[in-house]
Design a protein around this ligand. Structure first.
Ligand code: SAH
Length: 267
């Protein structure tokens, strides 16, 4: 079958055409047959056709119905592949777990990458690792350290859950159609146990949001709505610092102090 598929902008379709980059991605993932490998947005199968040789029982989650038949035909000699026509943002990935941690991979549509990362982290404990192609700017934000320009909400919240390793820079010419931005492949490895444990994850997220809405103000100013909970023992974090200077560990310390002073949760 040689159907023509016109890349659809609304599905964020930028198909990989660079065999060298595809080879590097597959090598970075290094799949084995027993892996619980799941590709999000396989498209026309540019990466899939290599992955499936190493892990024939992989799962594909693709939103564009027109590509499902194409993929089924292309992968007909791999009867153990599961092809699922669904929206990754609405897919409950824990259904695939069954005792074997997930290995997720995808050249993701850039318009959904941030919400998708947060959605996936809900299943974080059941994920072994993730290899994603993202906008390079997003990879910079994921991996940024305190004091860097890209350091913000995304850095803190993702680094709370995962080890982040940028792997492969990818130019626009590696895709068809070429995106307007630079891309990069990143590896995210969720911690089986967070190195710094927040007692109230929702509160951590609220604090980080509040802080990075006004990243140039002092913590004391950013958190003025929580002042009543900033009792003396929050002195463990210097409130004259600005949010962009705070490490993940310090955000967690701040969160746990405020949480303690708030008393029992009213959730
Ligand atoms: N992996 C392929 C295609 C990348 S383009 C390659 O590298 O060539 C992004 C793919 O994600 C497209 O196939 C698009 O249809 C699919 N996609 C877009 N939104 C999606 C969603 N919400 N859930 C699952 N797949 C999605």
């Amino acid at each position: 079958m040689n159907i023509q598929h016109k890349p659809r902008k609304r599905f964020g379709q930028n198909f990989l055409i660079d065999q060298q980059v595809i080879g590097q991605i597959v090598a970075a993932i290094n799949p084995s047959p027993e892996d619980n490998l799941i590709e999000i947005g396989p498209g026309m199968g540019a990466i899939t056709e290599h992955l499936v040789k190493l892990c024939p029982s992989m799962t594909l989650v693709e939103l564009d119905r027109d590509l499902i038949e194409f993929l089924a035909h292309k992968l007909a000699s791999y009867p153990s592949v599961s092809i699922i026509n669904s929206d990754a943002l609405k897919t409950d990935f824990s259904q695939f777990y069954q005792g074997n941690k997930l290995r997720l991979v995808g050249n993701l549509p850039y318009n959904i990458s941030t919400p998708l990362l947060f959605h996936l982290l809900e299943t974080g404990e059941q994920i072994r690792d993730m290899h994603f192609m993202l906008q390079r700017e997003v990879v910079d934000r994921l991996s940024a350290s305190p004091g860097q320009k890209s350091y913000g909400r995304l850095s803190v919240m993702i680094q709370y859950h995962c080890r982040v390793m940028p792997l492969i820079p990818v130019p626009p010419t590696s895709f068809n159609p070429a995106p307007k931005v630079q891309s990069a492949v990143v590896r995210l490895t969720p911690y089986s146990e967070a190195p710094y444990k927040a007692d109230n994850l929702k509160l951590l997220s609220q604090i980080v949001n509040l802080c990075f809405q006004q990243r140039r103000k002092t913590l004391k100013n950013c958190l003025n709505t929580l002042t009543q909970y900033l009792s003396q023992d929050t002195a463990v974090v210097d409130l004259t610092k600005r949010p962009e200077q705070l490490t993940v560990e310090e955000f967690v310390t701040l969160c746990n102090c405020i949480n303690k002073n708030m008393g029992p949760s009213d959730e």
